[in-house]
Design a protein around this ligand. Sequence first.
Ligand SMILES: Cc1cc2nc3c(=O)[nH]c(=O)nc-3n(C[C@H](O)[C@H](O)[C@H](O)COP(=O)(O)O)c2cc1C
Length: 376
Amino acid sequence: MKLFEPFSFGDKLTIQNHIVLPPMVTRLATTEGEVTAELIDRYLLYAKGGCGLSVMEAIAVEKQKSGQLLRLNDDSYVAGLRELNQRVHAETGTKMAPQLIHFLKIARSGYRQKVEDLDLEYVQRIPAMFAEAAYRSREAEFDAIELHFAHAYTMSSFLSRHNKRRDEYGGSVKRRLRLAEEVVVESRRAVGDDCVLGARMNGDEFTLGGNTLVDARVIALRLAELGLDYISVSAGGKFEDALQIEGEALDPYTGYSGHRTMPPKWMPEQVNIYLAADLKRTLRAAGYQTPVIGAGRIPTAKVAEEVLQSGDVDLVGIARPILCDPYWPVKHQTGRAGDVQKCTYCNHCREAEGAYEDVTCIQWKAKDGTMKVPTL
Ligand SMILES: Cc1cc2nc3c(=O)[nH]c(=O)nc-3n(C[C@H](O)[C@H](O)[C@H](O)COP(=O)(O)O)c2cc1C
């Protein structure tokens, strides 16, 4: 199967198969953004399951608090992540990437900071924050680096049609791209040409008046032109249609757009793949060979193989099914698909994440309350 053949990002990096574990916040970091023993164990477990590239959960590039979220805004965070990478590299063949994120403030009062609220001087500091965190990522021995340009966060909000800034960072898609361009250029300068630098972006925001493929095509083409080594396509996850619950901070995964990010069981398989496929076709038509990753409701290796064989994407992202059974890749590869604990897309994991609780699969919980993680 193509799924289990190695994949190369040009001559920069080869991964052992076509399976990408997309980022999933675990809430196993400390509230100061540090790595813990439990977090190392979690990523070792995923890696032992055999995925090709494991993109770690979002890691903040600024000293911002968001519960137990990892950070890389200071050199002091390098050692913990380096230890994690060294363990994964010593014990498995999985390659590692961080997902670097900048986000805006939200409060229990219902307040939500918007891109229009940021003063120009602050906006102009954001590229350096990403570049410094990218540099630290290399120091921490990551194999690749992903920039988070998707969902509810700062970069995606600048790219969005909802961005109503009146200066050179808002307005037309060309201007909305400006910050992303600066982030890519400065990050590339920080990590060098030999490092795999990719970005995750939305193929569609699924909000009224938000970005659709029309904008996403322009964005993907520009990112490819800037020399990104891959584009990972996600969807939705916006504040604009989030449900406001009194006394709670707005959660961008509560509305329809949020459900498109982590499609629940009532959505069809492969529900977002057409977005990645469209962007891949757009890139190829313009002469760019940039690898495209697609994710969302790909339950089995059979379906993943179909998606790969159709040519819609270059790499498949398998998130919740690998959380449910970290040995999903190796069990499928060795003809043991029947032994895989199957994700039901119930989104218990997502609810735990939103509630700042340890992210686990509900199926790990045995009747007596103990945790039973699937074994090989
Ligand atoms: C608990 C949880 C946390 C997530 N955290 C992130 C994240 O930090 N960054 C991101 O880009 N996507 C995040 N996602 C979205 C996943 O990467 C993935 O795109 C989504 O779950 C759809 O893939 P799947 O159907 O294979 O699960 C998260 C998903 C879940 C369930």
